[in-house]
Design a protein around this ligand. Structure first.
Ligand SMILES: NC(=O)c1ccc[n+]([C@@H]2O[C@H](COP(=O)([O-])OP(=O)(O)OC[C@H]3O[C@@H](n4cnc5c(N)ncnc54)[C@H](O)[C@@H]3O)[C@@H](O)[C@H]2O)c1
Length: 325
């Protein structure tokens, strides 16, 4: 299927950390009126409202999804609406409902409307304490200990099932922690990596909720968007996996991130007070082997710790100076 066939795109979770930036990129690429942003409760940004259509959708209600799909004749969905890991541990029933029933509704509506393609982000949360933590391979033990991880494993299996049983072209990546400067993250375990930048700029100090030696895989937003769009544009013959592809950008400890920020803001001080999220972080990989994604559809990240830090600090400093942080 060529990209020419992808005309009417729905993005769920469009007001979230990833959705707010991915939607704008998709609009640049496919035309503003062809990319419908779907939010839920949270007020959309001016940028989201001014660049194309916006609708409210509750993904746990199938008719709510259906109404928008039919109104705009949608043929492609980027399904980003979810409850993330830390909130999911506080509210496991909500996480199950939004993540599982939401995905099921999206897949059903996509099947019933013969859609071209669906993108759904899984996560490194599919891995658990029994998974090898260094250079975690594509095919390995998936026994997570968080509700979020449970919904991501079950979701991957459901996506794969819809491909095998109904021929629905669902494509997934297992994102690591995503770092970005536009919209703050919505309650995940890797949020400290984003908060550290904001607080370094605003207050020159930060109290980190994981230990200094906690190493997790991460990715900068431009690479996160590139992974989604490149995977969705890849020729179907290249896509051999319809469970999540391992993808990563970089791995660093919380202390290494603080040291990198200090190179730009020498007064910056970071202290460490681990909370319940430490246990989640300790159950996840430290680094990811993404060679399968590299081989099958040419995945390659652009940013490392140094280039990401430089760009984040430039962007946030500018926003802080303009009073927009
Ligand atoms: N940000 C990360 O570090 C990261 C890492 C791995 C995977 N992911 C995945 O990427 C996707 C997007 O993540 P994000 O960081 O942008 O999350 P986010 O929390 O910033 O945004 C999620 C959005 O989902 C919406 N939502 C919640 N319940 C809903 C419902 N019932 N109906 C419709 N919308 C609802 C929320 O309003 C929110 O805007 C999720 O599937 C997440 O699991 C994110």
């Amino acid at each position: 299927m060529s990209t020419k066939n992808m005309k009417r795109i729905l993005v769920t979770g469009a007001t979230g950390q990833i959705g707010s930036e991915l939607t704008v990129e998709l609009r640049k690429k496919y035309g503003g009126e062809n990319v419908i942003a779907a939010g839920h409760r949270r007020k959309p940004s001016e940028k989201l409202l001014s660049t194309g259509p916006f609708e409210y959708v509750d993904v746990t209600q199938k008719d709510s999804v259906e109404k928008v799909v039919e109104k705009y004749d949608i043929d492609t969905i980027y399904h980003l609406a979810a409850v993330l890991s830390a909130v999911g541990e506080q509210k496991p029933q909500l996480a199950w409902n939004v993540n599982m029933n939401g995905l099921y509704n999206i897949l059903e509506v996509a099947r019933e409307h013969n859609m071209i393609r669906v993108f759904w982000p899984s996560s490194i949360a599919v891995f658990g304490p029994e998974t090898p933590r260094v250079k975690t391979p594509q095919d390995t033990v998936l026994i997570p200990t968080t509700m979020y991880g449970v919904t991501k494993v079950a979701g991957e299996l459901l996506c794969n099932y819809y491909f095998i049983r109904f021929g629905l072209d669902v494509r997934c990546v297992r994102y690591p922690g995503i770092i970005s400067s536009e919209t703050p993250p919505g309650g995940g375990t890797t949020d400290y990596a984003v908060e550290m930048f904001y607080e370094a700029i605003k207050k020159k100090r930060y109290t980190c909720f994981v230990r200094e030696d906690t190493v997790l895989p991460m990715m900068y937003m431009p690479d996160c968007i590139k992974a989604a769009i490149d995977l969705m544009e890849a020729d179907p013959s290249k896509i051999k996996h319809h469970v999540g592809y391992n993808v990563t950008g970089m791995s660093f400890s919380a202390g290494e991130l603080a040291a990198e920020i200090k190179k730009h803001i020498p007064e910056f001080e970071c202290e460490y007070k681990p909370d319940f999220r430490q246990k989640i972080a300790d159950s996840w990989p430290m680094s990811i082997d993404d060679s399968v994604a590299r081989e099958e559809w040419g995945w390659k990240p652009d940013y490392d710790l140094a280039s990401m830090t430089k760009d984040m600090i430039e962007k946030l400093t500018r926003r802080f100076a303009e009073g927009r942080l």
